[in-house]
Design a protein around this ligand. Structure first.
Ligand code: KIV
Length: 263
């Protein structure tokens, strides 16, 4: 994906959109070398990289730093960066300032959780020339309001609200939206109703694309395996295995070998 027109084309042509997270230059370079369509510099960085218990700990400084690193690693990739907790609730000036930090750090677009109460900010950013990706369903910045990371949109009222908010996002000018942890039937319905692509995570197979957190996909954290995520490798085993091999080689005087010694 080079720009938002490619997202629209993918939806028109029913070509699934594939997004993964990255937070640093090294991982961004790896993702850019793959066929993945776009990188999300998610505020999940607060949990995955910084070890916080939720994404409410992400700050604009943190997100700007990660975005700049990802852009250096993936100079030609479509990058979406998360507006951090409360960023869009500090009024138009604050939201514009934060979005500007992310775009100037290298983001092609920003992602905003929820819509109720900050419709004007979303519209204003779009009118300011900043592509906005929405995020509905389980919006992790509201984890304390939800009482945990749990499935959303399960009651008829909540499902109707999600459909209405998706329609609102499209009307406000969002170019795509992430739908997280909602029943598959609801996600399929919203994807069919909307002209903009719906990218699912924990939302079943009926969306226009899928996004996963890179460390989940690579199996780097054996203590964390959401049911909806698939591990494509056992990264934890691979990395700890390599580290232990290094330890054994040093202890057995097998490292460094003659060709690894600088003369
Ligand atoms: O921050 C993040 O990684 C996200 C994805 C879970 C969609 O928002």
């Amino acid at each position: 994906m080079k720009n938002i027109l490619d997202f629209a084309r993918a939806k028109r042509e029913a070509q699934p959109i594939v997004v993964v997270t990255a937070y640093d230059a090294l991982m961004a370079r790896l993702v850019a070398a793959s066929e993945v369509d776009a990188i999300l510099v998610g505020d999940s960085a607060a949990m995955v990289v910084h070890g916080y218990p939720s994404t409410v700990h992400a700050t604009i400084t943190m997100m700007g730093t990660h975005t700049a690193a990802v852009r250096r690693g993936a100079p030609a990739t479509f990058i979406v960066s998360d507006m951090p907790f409360l960023s869009v609730r500090q009024g138009r000036d604050g939201a514009v300032r934060d979005a500007g930090v992310l775009v100037q750090a290298g983001a092609t677009a920003v992602k905003i959780e929820g819509v109720a109460g900050h419709e004007d900010i979303i519209a204003h950013l779009v009118q300011s020339g900043i592509p906005v990706m929405g995020h509905l369903g389980l919006t992790p910045q509201s984890v304390n309001q939800f009482g945990g990371h749990r499935l959303q949109g399960t009651s008829p009222e909540a499902a109707a609200r999600a459909r209405k908010e998706a329609e609102m996002l499209e009307r406000l000018g969002a170019f795509a939206l992430v739908l997280e942890c909602v029943p598959a039937a609801l996600a399929t319905e919203i994807s069919r109703e909307r002209a903009i692509p719906v990218i699912g995570i924990g939302a079943g197979a009926g969306t226009d694309g899928q996004v996963l957190v890179l460390s989940d996909l690579l199996g780097l954290d054996p203590t964390f395996k959401p049911r909806f995520a698939r591990r494509y490798m056992d990264g934890h085993e691979a990395v700890t295995g390599a580290l232990n091999q290094f330890v054994h080689d040093v202890r057995a005087a097998r490292f460094p070998a003659r060709e690894e010694v600088l003369a």
